[in-house]
Design a protein around this ligand. Structure first.
Ligand SMILES: C[S@@+](CC[C@H](N)C(=O)[O-])C[C@H]1O[C@@H](n2cnc3c(N)ncnc32)[C@H](O)[C@@H]1O
Length: 438
């Protein structure tokens, strides 16, 4: 039998745990719940449960002595999980619930005021969990939420008709919509497929609905979900239903950029940038790739390369590469690229620059992802070569994307690496973490 102890200043708040499935689990002997008042451990020695904050600042902090005493008193096994509830904790999720459900004993500590003296966490806690990115007045609701999520996973807690197998998060997908009788209510019908009873069709419909919900509401989960080829096809079909915006283009700027000495120069072309950026822009659904290069000899070099892959032996040998390179337009200036997009869409594109340094026009990826998705104007992403785009050019753009930061101080990505990372954040699965929409 699992034992759950809850340490709180407000034991009367736990009445909800005396009902429903949780109460049934207790009655069946699956769990023993013990709500304990922290004040029982203050004793004549300390008296108070809270005290002023060291170092100054508003509010009070819960003292360590009563909590140390309480845990010593309540602990039944050296393996007991001691869980502190805190908005500064790791996020509690289904995986954490599953892990806690295997414990013999869990002791939850409900904080109040400004929180709990750090020494309780350092010496006694096995876990510090937050139930979400918001601040509550106390740890009682979080402790109830976590107890509920854990208890319903105990074998035998749910009845025959309640399943914990096929539900939200069990596969990092949200659960599909569910219906019961009547088949029609206020003009709203239960989907036909569910009423017809063809199990194969129902299975597929449910899977599609699950994927659709996850894509729309929690796209961040998708990168952790196990997806079959069929799932990926379904997701592609759902994405294709979205109204197509005016589109996004990318440009690689050889001029005007800085050199090492902060002089404005025109850089020479790099074969790898031509190929790799063309492939990345096609992969992420961009409408075109402008190579901005005014020097005639450099343009000749690019055209020789393109000729080989677009029309020569390369085209016959590797048609995939041909379609990527067909994406490229060579032009003299950014103004020419802008004109090209205007000719295709009838609108001036929003200019979105990238930089390795922070900039006053900087926007984070979630903002730009949403802005691009909802924009009724086409967008042109500007990537610089050399030592980056010139200040004059940066003055003319509409937005600047946040730099891609690495693990440490060294930050010298090649432009083609930066392109792939940025495109993934703006249009790919990597960006789902930055996105509440899709
Ligand atoms: C007002 S909060 C303390 C906030 C603390 N000063 C901070 O900013 O991290 C008081 C108590 O409520 C509980 N609590 C508040 N929000 C929570 C959350 N999102 N998840 C888990 N516990 C929470 C914790 O037990 C916390 O000690």
């Amino acid at each position: 039998m699992m034992r759950i102890d809850i340490l709180t200043l407000f034991p009367e708040m736990f009445a909800p745990l005396e009902h429903s499935i949780v109460a049934r689990a207790a009655k069946k002997g699956l769990v023993e719940l013990n709500v304990k008042n922290i004040r029982d451990y203050t004793g004549p020695k300390h008296g108070l449960t809270d005290d002023k904050l060291y170092g100054g600042g508003a509010g009070m902090v819960m003292k360590p002595e009563p909590l140390f005493e309480a845990i010593e008193d309540l602990r039944r096994t050296p393996n007991a999980r001691v869980v502190i509830t805190s908005p500064a904790g790791r996020k509690f999720d289904q995986r954490a619930a599953e892990e806690l459900s295997r414990a013999e004993q869990i002791i939850f500590i409900c904080g109040h005021y400004e929180g709990i003296d750090q020494r309780v966490e350092d010496a006694l806690a096995t876990d510090v969990y937050s139930v979400g990115d918001y601040v509550l007045t106390g740890g009682e609701l979080p402790a109830m939420i976590m107890s509920d999520a854990v208890i319903r996973l105990l074998p035998g807690a749910l009845g025959h008709d309640e399943s914990s197998q096929e539900e939200s998060f069990s596969e990092n997908l949200l659960e599909y919509p569910q219906y019961t009788r009547p088949p029609e209510f206020n003009g709203m019908k239960v989907p036909e497929v569910l009423q017809e009873g063809n199990h194969q069709h129902i299975r597929r419909w449910r899977r599609e609905q699950s994927l659709r919900r996850t894509l729309e509401r929690r796209p961040d989960l998708l990168s952790r979900a196990y997806l079959t080829d069929e799932d990926k096809q379904i997701l592609d079909d759902i994405r294709a239903e979205r109204p197509e915006g005016p589109g996004v283009w990318l440009s690689l700027i050889h001029y005007p950029v800085y050199n090492k000495k902060h002089e404005v120069i025109n850089t020479s072309v790099t074969n790898l940038d031509i190929h790799d950026i063309a492939r990345a822009s096609l992969t992420f659904g961009l409408r075109g790739y402008y190579l901005v290069q005014p020097a005639e000899d450099q343009k000749k070099l690019i055209n020789t390369l393109l000729e080989h892959w677009q029309h020569g032996f390369g085209a016959r040998y590797n048609p995939d590469r041909q379609s990527a390179l067909n994406h490229i337009t060579v032009c003299d200036s950014i103004a020419a690229a802008v004109r090209g997009i205007e000719e295709q869409t009838g609108q001036k594109p929003l200019l979105i620059a990238t930089s390795a340094k922070a900039h006053p026009k900087m926007r984070d990826y979630s903002t730009m992802r949403r802005m691009i998705a909802e924009s009724d104007r086409p967008c042109l992403l500007l990537f610089g070569t050399g030592w980056g785009l010139t200040d004059e050019l940066m003055d003319t753009v509409d937005y600047v994307l946040r730099p891609v930061y690495g693990a440490g101080a060294y930050n010298h990505l090649s432009v083609r690496s930066a392109v792939s990372i940025v495109l993934d954040r703006l249009f790919g699965e990597g960006g789902a973490h930055f996105d509440e929409r899709f």
